[in-house]
Write a protein that binds this ligand. Sequence first.
Ligand code: AMP
Length: 283
Amino acid sequence: MNVFKEKHALKVYLSKLKAQNKTIGFVPTMGALHQGHLSLIKKAKEKNDLVVVSIFVNPTQFDNKEDLAKYPKTLSNDTKLLESVSCDILFHPTVAEIYDKNIISKKFDFDGLEHEMEGKFRDGHFDGVGTIVKTLFEIVEPDKAYFGKKDFQQLQIIKKMVKKNRIHVKIKGCEIFREKDGLAMSSRNARLSKAHREAAPFIYNTLKQARKKFGTENASTISEWVEHLFKNHPLLDLEYFTIAEEKTLKTIKNKESGKKYRAFIAVFAGDIRLIDNIRLKNN
Ligand code: AMP
């Protein structure tokens, strides 16, 4: 695996490969890699000649300084994992290489997607995400880029950004990779206490039950039921639960035929914030 810390050197290297008509798949990450990340990389390997993975903990997408400071960094293990899936290129820049001295986000208009769910609770988060993903796309210029549905709102926002800015990258959404007990894999899971880790599968179990209820009950009743469940939970604090349309991410009260819906949830397990979502059937 070739490792680059400098964008210019990476661009020069990639331009030679592009001149040989090699297709490039790109997987942006913040590191502390797990099987969820690897599933994206494997998909990218299948569909492209070469895969570039970036590891960059992007400061401008964190509204919480402590979360940024405590974000796990496991580069030597990440390198081993990347080699185990035959990743071709790792881009691991410093903050200065990406932002120089100006560590601020650009402002984006994602047609309102940025104001729903995570946007309500993480101030400026999606401007930070837009800034880093656009910058990385300009450096790597991939054919395809792979994002997890674990961060479904992020995936929709990136699709919107690419469309609005006419960026020539195909955005591929990948299914959520879970632990055996159903907990969605996340770099933050490693920071959970033993008790919180044991409690955390409650989140996905609740989503599965909500999916079942969606067949017969309306969205507001399901939301109230979830809120009640978490009120009685000794270890997990609900930040939000909502049933929303996939396209607009707007919360719904009642379902309409022909539309696609998902249930989205954010939960605090101690000071660790976990998110998850599930596709709902709409017959
Ligand atoms: P992160 O390093 O958390 O920024 O994640 C990098 C990419 O991996 C994003 O596109 C995430 O949505 C994706 N990802 C993270 N966890 C999972 C998971 N459990 N299943 C699928 N994709 C994931």
